[in-house]
Design a protein around this ligand. Structure first.
Ligand code: FES
Length: 283
């Protein structure tokens, strides 16, 4: 291909491209006229918008007017004038309150006392301390005393039960003749001693070594049958009456018999070993 041919083809291509550009520009200028509203149309649109704004404003104004006219108003409260209370009525109600309180307290106290009394009597009726208590068969009681090293403690009777030697009964009748139920137990070979020390009321324990009762509180001492051997106690240990019914030992804890006077020594029992509380004195 020679240069003349190439130039001819180039000129033809350029001419075609130039024609395309011209056609495109022409189409754009035609399109610029599309969508442009006329003056009358724009004026009509403006009037319509103005009318819509006015209508909206009117609706809002009427709504505000309705709201403000619908606000409820509070009724004016009536205030009762204050009147001073009648002092007589106040005094009357105070008296009534005090009467009621006194009555209630008294009722509660009496009720509690009655309940305690019934409980006490009920317990006595059931066989607790204060009633007659069956300690068991005579031979069993004697067996308990011996297996306990000379002493048998019966908690429900609050008593120590020990043996009373038959050979001392003659002397016992002289000292305890006025306490028939106590003497009856001695005759059956046993004696029931109240655990409470006649000095100031401590519980008196047994002393296995001396075979006495020796009080740890102030040192009172009593022989195995509760006769005073030393210390500040004013008498021997108090005791209960005993009856033997159908071979059973029955201790009547409803009556306390005072212990024998100082110096009583019906059994002649001296300490059989070391004392548990100090040394004996004031025999
Ligand atoms: S209470 Fe027993 S000696 Fe005082």
């Amino acid at each position: 291909m020679n240069s003349t041919t190439i130039i001819t083809i180039a000129i033809a291509v350029i001419a075609v491209l130039g024609l395309g550009v011209v056609l495109t520009a022409t189409r754009r200028s035609d399109m610029s006229g599309v969508g442009v509203l006329s003056r009358e149309t724009r004026k009509r649109d403006r009037n319509a918008a103005k009318t819509a704004r006015k209508a909206r404003h009117d609706v809002e104004a009427s709504a505000v007017a309705v709201r403000s006219s619908a606000v409820a108003t509070m009724p004016v409260a009536e205030v009762e004038p204050w009147v001073a209370p009648d002092p007589e009525i106040i005094g009357e109600s105070r008296r009534a309150f005090l009467n009621r309180a006194t009555f209630t307290l008294m009722s509660a106290s009496l009720g509690g006392f009655a309940a305690a009394l019934i409980a006490f009597l009920w317990k006595g009726a059931e066989g607790g301390f204060g009633s007659k208590i069956n300690a068991g068969k005579v031979e069993d009681v004697i067996g308990q005393i011996r297996s306990g090293g000379g002493f048998f403690y019966l908690p429900e009777a609050r008593s120590w039960i020990t043996e009373y030697p038959k050979e001392s009964l003659a002397k016992a009748e002289l000292v305890y003749g006025g306490q028939a139920p106590v003497l009856a137990g001695m005759s059956a070979g046993v004696i029931a001693l109240y655990q409470k020390c006649p000095h100031l009321g401590c519980r008196v324990p047994e002393c296995k070594t001396s075979q006495w009762f020796e009080c740890p509180c102030h040192g009172s001492q009593y022989n195995r049958v509760g006769e005073k051997k030393g210390g500040p106690a004013p008498r021997g240990m108090d005791r209960f009456g005993i009856s033997v019914s159908s071979g059973f030992v029955v201790i009547d804890t409803g009556t306390v018999f005072g212990g024998p006077p100082i110096g009583t020594n019906t059994t002649g029992q001296e300490a059989e070993g070391p004392n548990c509380v100090g040394a004996s004195g004031d025999h």
